[in-house]
Each structure stands twice: as C-alpha cells, then as structure tokens.
Design a protein around this ligand. Sequence first.
Ligand code: MN
Length: 155
Amino acid sequence: MNGLPQIRRFLDGFRWEDVDRLAYKHAGEAPFRDVTRQLLFASADLGCELRYFEVGPGGFSTLERHRHVHAVMILRGRGQCLVGGTIRRVAPYDLVTVPPLTWHQFRAGPDTPLGFLCMVNADRDRPELPSPDDLAALAVDPAVAAFLRGALSDS
Ligand code: MN
C-alpha cells in the first residue's frame, strides 16, 4: 500500500475515504451476526493491519482464539466483550487487549451498533473455533453462559 494519500478522511456512517466495507468473514466459515470490516491500514514495514469492525445492534463477532493478539479500541456505540472468562461492558475509547490463545467475542447492545478498531499482525495464525467441550467449559460460569446466549447483563 505504497503511495497512498497520508490522510483518509473520516466520512458519514463510520466510513473512511477510499476504503471498502467488506464482509467480516465468508458466510458459513464461522458463527457471527451482522459484522462488517474495513481495512484501514496495512504495512509490510510495520507488519500490522488496522481494521475497523462494526457489529450491528444485537450482532456478535465470532467466538474464537488464536496465537496472535489484538489491541481493540472501541469507537462507536456500546456493547460487551468476553475475553477469557471475563465479561465487560465497553464504550467509546475503552481499550481491550486480547492475549494469545484467549477466547474472545464482541457483542453489540440490542439497540446500538458496536464499532471498534482492531490492530493485528499482518502475518497471523488462523482463528480456532470452540469445540463443544470448550463451550461447555466456558458456560460453567452462568454469566458467561448468558453472554454466549446473547443475554447481555448490566454488569
Ligand atoms: Mn480474533
């Protein structure tokens, strides 16, 4: 991505100039609901990508884990995230760190989108999806079980 303009203007609707809004993943590849992806920045020199994901009201990203880490900054709306065994409410400018091999999922609130920046390695391992045993282990905690069912608490 050499020779790009140095400023990509922020546009209405949480779009950026000359950036396509893409599907989050291929349909059927993994469970998710109502998520879009914009690749804002990619640099071989820096070895990273900066993406903007937006989860529509009531939507959720894939529950997954992988060796690469994420730095996530919330930019829009409200929701909750699961990182490891912990559920947290998130709001704009909160910074969420996802460590290696840690289950994670983002869910928008019922009436609001949840948009966030996610920085990630350009060269990264493929996400792993939870097995039935993994899901059962996570759901031992009733709060996590409720989160995975989409019942967002006020905690
Ligand atoms: Mn991930």
